[in-house]
Design a binder for this molecule. Structure first.
Ligand code: UN1
Length: 510
């Protein structure tokens, strides 16, 4: 793009932007990081890096904001989030375009990501009237037991490049209605998306005169993540990204008895059974493997196909790959955009070499695309390789459009293969058999946090709890009762009698 895209103006993005924001107050610094678009390789803008002093100022301010905000009735907190959702509706197109341009996902997926933000706002508004605790029957006369959910304080959010806005919104909108303040460290690869979300938030925040530090952003690299993880002023840290990053964050947060919500790598498989609907299977597998250029945590990495239909399914999938249009995600006709940067391309190419070295046979061998349309050097052609599940490269998550295929005979064997990886995020079975579907969802079935029937592994709705087991980190975000992770539970026992009976029948006469 030679001229400044209009969506940047609409969102208030400048060439130089502050990377530290305490509500509407932006704080510049001397060092900047540059945001390049993987779409065309152009510089979109620069964002200042948060200094240590600015970081401390942001956390202090977020803590002060929480002290005020926790006294605001939860439905009133929900009202502010409702207004944010409405503002996002008005700016869906511009923010979706920025997501596409800065991250590289298709326009439809960029808009879809903003839609996820809108959906979580609506969800959080309803939730603001439903932060309910239980009452329990006491064993003592004239006693009442109940539990209350209170806000925790400052919630730290560390987010990844692949969902530059939605994952923050899942955390922030829920954290806010629960009565917390939020400090966000976005991925260094997509810092402008964070600035845009903050600028929009500031409009709602100033109209409603919410405390300044309720939403803060800080910008920087690993050092900043370490500061957040070790900071005792931040009782909850929600981190999305690689297993390597999550291991660091999780250990640092645990060492100070904080809580972390980890949403890390996946190695998601679809089991394709003999009764699977072929058309549905192709859509699920192809969107799962090449959607977002294979850069979702939930992307389909492995297809475990019954041997009796292996060739037929593979042919249909290869045929669909042949129809894929790869190119600028800003053009609606393209299905697949670029990888996030040239490092990601190098990792993809290295993974293909490792598959070959391990003895894998390629049904389609992709690689780096060249030509004027691909001048950013970030566009790749997807690959399909037949492999063994226990190879180390297959056990590892390659964040790119590399799909592994393998055969099975018995369903139990397929489920074992599906589970035999270190990660446990998402999984799916394509089947017309009720028995197979239920077997897959049973306790002996998938060991993942997400298990789907006749749906692919990616594209979860916000209403469910999102996250996974094993090296995926165990955290749950977004819907269901995930809100509890952003609150502290307090058990209350009230004595409304005139005696003091002790629990467990203990007699203590003095
Ligand atoms: C992620 O990749 O970190 O289920 C989140 C999905 C999206 C979210 C993915 N709703 O694919």
């Amino acid at each position: 793009m030679s001229t400044t895209p209009s969506f940047l103006h609409d969102l208030g993005i400048q060439h130089d932007n502050a990377g530290t924001w305490i509500g509407g107050q932006s704080i510049d610094s001397a060092a900047y990081l540059t945001s390049f678009s993987p779409v065309d390789g152009n510089v979109i803008g620069r964002v200042s890096v948060t200094t240590v002093e600015q970081y401390h100022k942001a956390i202090d301010s977020a803590h002060a904001a929480y002290l005020d905000w926790r006294t605001v009735p939860a439905p009133k907190r929900g009202e502010v989030v409702r207004q944010y959702g409405n503002l996002l509706r008005q700016h869906k197109e511009a923010l979706g375009a920025l997501v596409s341009y800065e991250m590289g996902k298709s326009l439809a997926e960029g808009q879809g990501e903003v839609q996820e933000m809108i959906d979580i706002c609506d969800y959080a508004v309803g939730l603001s009237r439903q932060l309910a605790g239980l009452t329990m029957k006491s064993e003592r006369p004239d006693h009442l037991m109940m539990e209350q959910w209170h806000p925790v304080g400052v919630v730290g959010v560390i987010s990844a490049f692949n969902f530059p806005v939605a994952v923050w919104a899942w955390n922030a909108c829920i954290a806010w209605v629960c009565g917390n303040s939020v400090v966000w460290k976005a991925s260094e690869k997509v810092p402008l998306c964070a600035v845009a979300c903050q600028i929009l938030w500031n409009r709602v925040a100033s109209e409603n005169q919410v405390p300044a530090g309720l939403s803060c952003i800080v910008t920087g690299g690993v050092d900043l993540g370490v500061l957040l993880s070790e900071d005792t002023r931040i009782p909850v840290v929600s981190a999305t990204g690689s297993t390597r990053m999550g291991r660091e964050v999780g250990q640092k947060v645990a060492a100070r008895f904080g809580r972390s919500i980890l949403e890390l790598g996946g190695n998601n498989a679809i089991i394709v059974t003999p009764s699977a609907d072929l058309k549905m299977t192709v859509t699920a597998a192809v969107f799962g493997a090449v959607g977002t250029a294979g850069q979702r945590c939930t992307s389909t990495r492995r297809l475990i196909i019954h041997e009796s239909i292996f060739d037929k399914v593979l042919d249909a999938i290869k045929n669909a790959y042949g129809q894929l249009k790869i190119g600028s995600p800003l053009r609606a006709e393209n299905h697949v955009g670029p990888l996030i940067d040239q490092d990601a391309v190098a990792m993809y190419v290295a993974a293909l070499d490792r598959v070959e070295a391990a003895g894998g046979s390629f049904h389609l061998r992709g690689g780096v695309l060249e030509g004027p349309e691909y001048a950013s050097g970030c566009y790749v052609k997807p690959s399909i390789a037949e492999v063994e599940n226990d190879w180390s490269i297959v056990q590892h998550e390659t964040f790119a459009p590399l799909l592994y295929v393998m055969k099975y005979r018995e369903l139990s064997e397929a489920i074992n293969l599906q589970n035999a990886v270190p990660q446990g995020l998402s999984s799916a079975i394509m089947t017309g058999s009720m028995q197979e579907a239920h077997r897959f969802l049973s306790a002996e079935g998938s060991d993942c946090g997400i298990a789907n029937v006749n749906i692919g592994t990616s594209g979860a709705e916000i209403g469910g709890a999102f996250g996974g087991e094993k090296e995926t980190g165990g955290g749950r975000e977004s819907g269901s009762d995930s809100w509890k992770a952003y609150m502290r539970r307090q058990t209350n026992t009230l004595n409304y009698g005139s005696a003091l009976p002790l629990a467990q029948g203990i007699v203590f006469n003095i």
